[in-house]
Design a protein around this ligand. Structure first.
Ligand code: FMN
Length: 227
């Protein structure tokens, strides 16, 4: 009973403590830790147990720099598109301080967001077999497993999709890393020792997410403040 309870508490803590870490110290990630992270990915579930994921571990600073530049460009274009289609303005509507809003828009469209992955001592490039129908789901399961293991190890990571959204960026990555035809570059996980542990990003409460039997009837009552 108590062993089970300890396990539940441990899992809960890992899930709660996971954050997207975007600043790292220079301390390298040990081979033992790296293998545990990759092993967590390997053990993820996949449709029909297809295991379509393949991983490339990149530590070389020059390669990381190039990947960081591709990621920065990808983020810049995505957020510029969000800006011109007014989606970004909608997203930041509750931010009343005009100067802060302007600064956020400038940062997001700068082409620098996501470039941080070059600063992480390890980039795990997650690739996958294109012929497997469930590829996006399967690789997402593997990535989340890895992020949780990263957290349990006291390391920090960020799931970065920015360099893989635009097919032209993905082609650049494939050239850089020699990824063969038939495989897709799905995401990059930047891993390192956290230089900063950010506050949790807000989450939608359960009472707004879960319905009872049919869509529309909340399963939970709103919780009182502080509970
Ligand atoms: C599918 C996916 C793609 C993401 N891509 C990026 C990315 O390209 N760049 C980045 O800085 N963060 C990226 N993130 C991290 C999210 O911004 C982050 O998970 C979210 O803001 C919640 O913050 P948290 O992870 O600290 O809880 C991505 C996360 C997911 C799940």
């Amino acid at each position: 009973m108590s062993e089970q309870y300890d396990l539940v508490q441990a899992v809960r803590k890992v899930v709660e403590d996971r954050r997207s870490i975007r600043q790292y110290t220079e301390e390298p990630v040990s081979e033992e830790a790296l293998e545990m992270i990759l092993e967590a990915g390997r053990l993820a579930p996949s449709g029909e147990n297809a295991q379509p994921w393949r991983f490339i571990v990149v530590k070389d600073p020059e390669t990381r720099k190039k990947m960081g530049a591709i990621a920065g460009g990808g983020s810049g274009r995505r957020f510029t598109a969000e800006f011109v289609t007014q989606k970004m303005q909608e997203r930041f509507a509750s931010l009343e301080d005009e100067a802060k809003r302007k600064a956020a828009f400038e940062k997001l469209t700068s082409g620098q967001v996501s470039a941080f992955l070059a600063e992480a001592p390890v980039n795990i490039v997650v690739c996958g077999r294109k012929d497997v129908w469930d590829l996006p789901y399967d690789t997402s399961a593997a990535i989340e497993n890895m992020l949780l293991m990263v957290t349990a190890l006291g390391l920090g990571a960020c799931w970065v999709i920015a360099p893989c959204i635009d097919i032209r960026d993905e082609e650049r990555l494939k050239d850089l890393l020699g990824v063969p035809e038939g495989l897709k570059v799905v995401s990059i996980i930047a891993v390192g020792h956290p230089a900063r542990y950010p506050r949790p990003r807000p989450r939608i409460p359960l009472h707004e997410l879960v319905y009872r039997e049919k869509w529309g009837v909340p399963y939970y009552e709103p919780k009182e403040e502080g509970k």
